[in-house]
Design a protein around this ligand. Structure first.
Ligand code: NAP
Length: 289
């Protein structure tokens, strides 16, 4: 057994609420796996419930405590940005930060959701410059997916939402080298036949609600057979959308992989060594079982 000692350092995640977060499960599994090699638990990863009005005081206190880094989740991903000394190009492009670490000048922030989203796609041998993704939903995760599509080299994406003003704002303020075509849901049927990658960034189909899918069976049939269906939802695993995709012979990617890979990118940044990705993945899958 490895112990928390006087030398154990602090990592964590802040959100409000935070009880649902799975980050402590995968990060502490990784930190214990690394500790087993040296018999020393060098870091612990703690969840912090932080209401909006407490954010500045908490961030400053973590600096005073010598915290080695933390994740940021809803509702702080945007509001933390003015409290940081610097943010990366990718965090600015997404307009949100999910990973923070200390520097001599103060806290620095980046967004590893983009890296997490991209990880399962980069293994595929595809010419992204000829492919057009369709993104369902236009919230925080959709912004990371848009930045990911730009990094892949897609020239154009279709973004589907239920609020015209929100869609237009994303389109008008985007700094990405990507042609963002925006659509309301009733236009979905006309876009699906052109979509080579369908990404669900809405919570439709997420536990604890009964299984639902953003696509009807008829809509799934409108997607090209070679299309990839990627659901950002990680619970349940797989979602009904992914079951529909697999049953119809389409390639399906689960949100578990994005969750694991964004976490691994954050952890390796904090501890300055490769994160044990497989340990993190197995910890999450075991937790779901
Ligand atoms: P968010 O900012 O609240 O955005 C959710 C989007 O879905 C919004 O555009 C919202 O529409 C839309 N939406 C919600 N309910 C809808 C419905 N019934 N019909 C149509 N559209 C609906 O949330 P988020 O942070 O982007 O997260 C979205 C999902 O991604 C969550 O399930 C989250 O767990 C998942 N996620 C997964 C990972 C991962 O690592 N796997 C990372 C980030 C997020 P309005 O714009 O009209 O409100």
């Amino acid at each position: 057994m490895v112990h928390i000692t006087g030398a154990t350092k602090l990592l964590g995640v802040m959100g409000y609420p935070i009880e649902h977060s799975l980050s402590p499960v995968m990060h502490n599994a990784a930190l214990h796996a690394l500790a087993a090699q040296t018999n020393t638990l060098e870091y612990v990863y703690i969840p912090w419930s932080v209401p909006l009005d407490a954010l500045p005081a908490v961030v400053s206190s973590l600096g005073a405590l010598g915290c080695c880094g933390f994740n940021v989740t809803i509702p702080h991903k945007q509001t933390i940005m003015p409290l940081l000394a610097s943010t990366t190009v990718i965090a600015k492009a997404v307009g949100a930060v999910n990973t923070v670490w200390p520097t001599d000048a103060g806290w620095a922030g980046t967004n590893t959701d983009v890296q997490g989203f991209l990880a399962p796609l980069q293994n595929l041998d595809l010419d992204w410059s000829t492919l057009t993704p369709c993104i369902l939903g236009c919230g925080g995760a959709a912004r990371a997916v848009l930045a990911g599509c730009a990094q892949l080299g897609c020239p154009q994406v279709h973004l589907v939402g239920r609020q015209a003003d929100k869609l237009q704002q994303i389109q008008a303020t985007s700094t990405l080298s990507l042609d963002i075509q925006v659509h309301l849901w009733p236009e979905l049927a006309s876009i699906l036949p052109q979509a080579s990658l369908l990404v669900n960034t809405t919570p439709i189909g997420m536990a604890p609600h009964p299984p639902t899918s953003p696509l009807s069976a008829v809509e799934m049939d409108q997607l090209p057979l070679e299309a990839i269906v990627y659901d950002l939802i990680y619970n349940p695993n797989p979602t009904l959308l992914l079951e529909q995709a697999k049953a119809s012979g389409r390639r399906a990617i689960t949100g578990v992989e994005m969750l694991v890979q964004q976490g691994a990118a954050a952890l390796s940044l904090w501890i300055d060594q490769p994160a044990p990705v497989d340990v993190m993945r197995q910890a999450l899958l075991a937790y779901f079982r």
